[in-house]
Design a protein around this ligand. Structure first.
Ligand SMILES: [Zn+2]
Length: 180
């Protein structure tokens, strides 16, 4: 027969926290006086429960009425505020970042200056190996597709012009060849 109050309470509660019903490691367990000892609550087992330290700390010297309120507010899904339960308190703050995927990481690193843009396009064309666009029309749409956020016609034309001016792309009778 366990003699320490905590051991007795843990045994009676089947090793679970009185409030959240999660398995309660002894290191995380503490004795909560339902009727706070600071208010004259007794040390008898009928006034004590074993529970997560975190909820014990939360309850502090709340009145029994306030504790009831806290418990009832949980609507039967009591989770001690320690994150060891099946639902972690930290989840709500972690969810938003995954729910709101930020566009920048997925879009290619679109360069700011004209030279960088050109280098970006050239690098992309290089990656295509033998499956580079063969006509000016497909090259134009390929380059345009590198800018999922849209690119102006003028900008696109300027890029294609630069590709030709720098000799990276040679356009002859609408056929495109590459010198990358
Ligand atoms: Zn608990």
């Amino acid at each position: 027969m366990p003699t320490k109050p905590l051991d007795r309470l843990m045994f009676v509660q089947g090793g679970q926290c009185f409030f959240c019903k999660q398995p309660l490691p002894k290191a995380e367990a503490s004795v909560e006086h339902l009727f706070a000892s600071s208010n004259g609550g007794s040390n008898n087992d009928e006034n004590c429960v074993a529970c997560c330290k975190s909820v014990n700390a939360l309850f502090g010297s709340m009145s029994l009425k306030e504790k009831f309120q806290v418990v009832l507010n949980q609507k039967g899904q009591f989770k001690c505020p320690n994150g060891t339960g099946s639902v972690k308190i930290s989840i709500p703050s972690k969810v938003p970042p995954t729910n709101t995927p930020q566009a920048p990481p997925k879009t290619p690193a679109i360069a700011k200056t004209k030279d960088d843009k050109l280098a970006f396009v050239v690098a992309n064309l290089k990656q295509r190996g033998n499956s580079k666009p063969r006509t000016l029309k497909t090259l134009t749409s390929t380059v345009g597709s590198l800018y999922p956020q849209g690119v102006s016609k003028a900008e696109l034309a300027s890029l294609l012009q630069q590709l030709q001016l720098t000799g990276k792309v040679i356009v002859k009778e609408n056929k495109v060849t590459y010198v990358l």
